[in-house]
Design a protein around this ligand. Structure first.
Ligand SMILES: Cc1cc2nc3c(=O)[nH]c(=O)nc-3n(C[C@H](O)[C@H](O)[C@H](O)COP(=O)(O)OP(=O)(O)OC[C@H]3O[C@@H](n4cnc5c(N)ncnc54)[C@H](O)[C@@H]3O)c2cc1C
Length: 663
């Protein structure tokens, strides 16, 4: 969406808005860290972000790459900076094409800083001299596809101190087709507002977005003021000088000064603030907090869907995804990026048949071996694995091999059950509680347009030891409310799903709209997820030295344990899935997996010979006719457990009803 359109919309709603600028970091690790930060800062609710343009090969390539990732993976409306420095026309064409293909629709067109090794800016043969030329060129090549912004300077630019002349040149850029102005940073609001008055007097009436530089440290504050030649008001010097050696105090005082400046701008009718984050979150967050602009219980971040929508080219209409990748957004986007069409309205024929290969960038395990060992330790038993999972479920660990983010507060209502299940050696991978008509504005479960209601079926995905899978599946099959899929690394699948089609597990009902069903469970995508799941497990094992106990332990689990997903189709039943596991705990959890696995290899229930397992059960077909190695078990005892389980869901139902009423 165009920035000028977003600004117009926000203006109609009468609320101040903001955006963030980031620059491409120098190292690969820096880039990954920045992506994680951008992801978290998405939660602050920016209208858009900017990625600056660095002249030269690697820098400019990285800008294009970051724009693509920000748009497609993090769903951040992104404005790409583009400069004329060292850019002959063909390079500009490449950059614009990449931005277009990334789904980017906003460009900040600049002349650019001189390259590092030069003091003075020089035009490149076959390129452009002024930003206005670039504006004209983009318009000529792309019509109205890109919304084009240009730079403004309230106190002079690096090579021109004449503010009035700069306003004349600004007018030329606007006449060439620019639709918004982003300004250089400043600290003196009076000077800035006087400049705005002059700009308006010149007949420039497009939105002016002030560049706000939060104060990180005293030294950086002075350096940036000197660098941009902007004036520091006396009041600011008096407030900061006495605390200049105390970084925490500098940030606190700086936050008050910058917030006061923002308030004056807002009072003067300038309602969008553009923060130069310097790739850091804290100082910007402090100012936004002070201005009460961060989302909170009263005005939560608006989520169009339960998952973060991608803004990649041709993908903006996508509104259905399988639940399996809920904690691995980046990999889902990467594995589906070549689809011609994305499911919209329903998961059906528009979906391309194939998920992308597992070796593309962004699909494998994140982090180096050392980092991962530091995070998840060196597990050698089920107990150790269980401890890692429990720490994650308790919010004490930020990620797992299958979850790139910390556990969300959506899991709050079932957190106790999740912790308990993991303590008993059933390792939970993904889950959601049932929700029976929470308001779409609900800070935890809400999504979609205002005045709607959202629903969820309880879902649990869990890694189960081969010793327990049959018992658990038998218990599940005793109750028709459950559907499940269980699969092992080799792809032996068992399911009681009535067909291969989708089972909607979240849906929303909104005024004047058809029902939206954005999250589903179904066979083909579960099998694609299964490949990724086991491969991630393998990569986790490979973080450890060959023949080490940890490598052996993780490998053993990956090779033999079952990935089981369960849907409770009665969406009134919040806790409905957990009672299936009542009375079950993995035995000998503390025993090193090395010794357990060597025993297992001789007593494994699931080893098959000529279509029968060692217990003599027929393993050729599962409930849906898909081949399976699951033995048949007596279901009497299982049925009793499920019946008890059913009665215990009533309290939970009432709990959710109360939640919906409270909201
Ligand atoms: C918000 C913002 C973001 C920025 N992002 C980046 C970035 O990502 N990468 C980067 O390298 N730099 C960036 N810069 C810095 C910017 O590129 C430099 O300040 C550059 O020197 C000027 O760029 P401009 O687009 O304002 O150029 P222009 O508007 O083209 O002006 C450049 C110079 O030419 C003069 N001029 C313009 N038109 C005429 C004319 N018709 N006749 C004679 N003289 C003229 C101007 O007065 C000025 O002195 C950014 C600056 C701002 C304010």
């Amino acid at each position: 969406m165009h920035i000028s359109q977003k600004l117009a919309q926000a203006r109609l709603e009468g609320k101040p808005t903001f955006s963030f600028e980031f620059f491409p970091p120098k190292t690969a690790q820096g880039v990954q860290n920045l992506y994680d930060r951008m992801d978290r800062m998405h939660g602050f609710g920016p209208q858009f972000i900017d990625i600056t343009w660095g002249a030269g090969g690697r820098h400019s390539k990285l800008t294009c790459e970051m724009v693509k990732v920000a748009q497609s993976v993090y769903g951040l409306e992104t404005c790409m900076h583009l400069t004329c420095t060292d850019m002959e026309q063909s390079k500009l064409d490449d950059a614009l094409r990449e931005a277009y293909q990334a789904g980017c629709t906003n460009i900040l067109a600049l002349r650019g800083d001189p390259p590092r090794e030069k003091d003075k800016w020089e035009a490149t043969a076959g390129g452009f001299r002024y930003a206005k030329d670039l504006v004209l060129y983009i318009k000529e090549r792309y019509g109205n596809h890109f919304d084009i912004g240009v730079a403004g300077y309230s106190e002079g630019s690096d090579d021109n101190d004449d503010v009035d002349e700069l306003i004349d040149h600004l007018k030329e850029k606007v006449d060439a087709g620019a639709t918004f102005i982003v300004t250089q940073m400043f600290y003196d609001t009076d000077i800035f507002l006087e400049w705005v008055r002059k700009v308006r007097a010149k007949g420039i009436d497009i939105p002016i977005i002030p560049g706000i530089m939060p104060i990180h440290t005293h030294a950086a504050f002075l350096r940036r003021a000197q660098w941009t030649k902007c004036k520091i008001p006396k009041l600011w010097t008096e407030a900061l000088e006495p605390v200049k050696n105390d970084d925490v105090e500098v940030r606190r005082v700086g936050k008050d000064l910058v917030a006061d400046m923002c308030r004056r701008l807002i009072d003067a009718g300038i309602t969008h603030l553009h923060f130069y984050t310097m790739n850091l979150a804290q100082a910007t967050r402090m100012v936004l907090e002070e201005l009460e602009l961060l989302p909170d219980q009263k005005s939560p971040l608006e989520k169009p869907l339960p998952w973060r929508p991608s803004l990649a080219l041709n993908r903006r209409e996508e509104n259905v995804r399988p639940i399996f990748w809920r904690n691995r957004n980046r990999s889902y986007v990467a594995r589906t990026q070549d689809w011609d069409e994305f499911p919209n309205g329903r998961w059906g024929d528009s979906r391309s048949p194939a998920f992308g290969e597992l070796d593309s960038y962004g699909i494998g395990l994140k982090g180096t071996n050392e980092q991962n060992i530091k995070l998840w330790g060196t597990p050698t038993s089920v107990q150790d694995l269980s401890d890692v999972f429990v720490r994650y479920m308790e919010g004490k660990l930020d990620s797992l091999p299958w979850s790139e983010q910390p556990i969300t507060n959506e899991a709050g209502s079932i957190q106790h059950d999740l912790v308990d299940l993991n303590r008993r050696g059933f390792l939970t991978i993904n889950s959601q509680p049932a929700v029976n008509g929470a308001k779409s504005s609900d800070p935890i479960f809400g999504w979609g347009p205002r005045n709607g209601y959202v629903y969820q079926k309880a879902y649990l995905e869990v890694l189960v030891s081969p010793d327990y899978i049959t018992e658990i599946v038998n218990r599940i099959e005793c109750d028709e409310e459950f559907t499940y899929y269980a699969v092992n690394k080799d792809g032996d699948l068992k399911t009681n799903a009535p067909n291969e089609g989708p089972n909607a597990v979240t849906w929303g009902v909104f005024p004047g709209k058809e029902i939206v069903q954005p999250t589903i469970v179904e066979t083909v995508s579960f099998l694609a997820w299964k490949d990724e799941f086991y491969r991630l497990g393998q990569q986790w094992a490979n973080c450890h030295a060959t023949a080490s106990p940890a490598r052996y332990a993780i490998q053993g689990v990956v090779d033999t344990w079952y990935l089981l997903n369960i849907v409770h189709n009665d969406f009134h039943a919040t806790r409905g899935i957990f009672p299936i596991f009542d009375g079950l705990s993995v035995k000998d959890m503390e025993k090193p997996l090395y010794s357990l696995n060597s025993e297992l290899s001789t007593t494994n229930d699931h080893e098959t010979t000529n279509g029968t397992d060692v217990n003599g059960a027929d393993v050729s077909k599962g409930a849906n006719g898909i081949s399976s190695t699951f033995p048949e078990y007596s279901t009497k005892e299982s049925a009793n457990i499920i019946n008890t389980a059913k009665t215990s869901t009533v309290d939970a139902i009432n709990g959710v009803k109360n939640l919906a009423v409270a909201n």
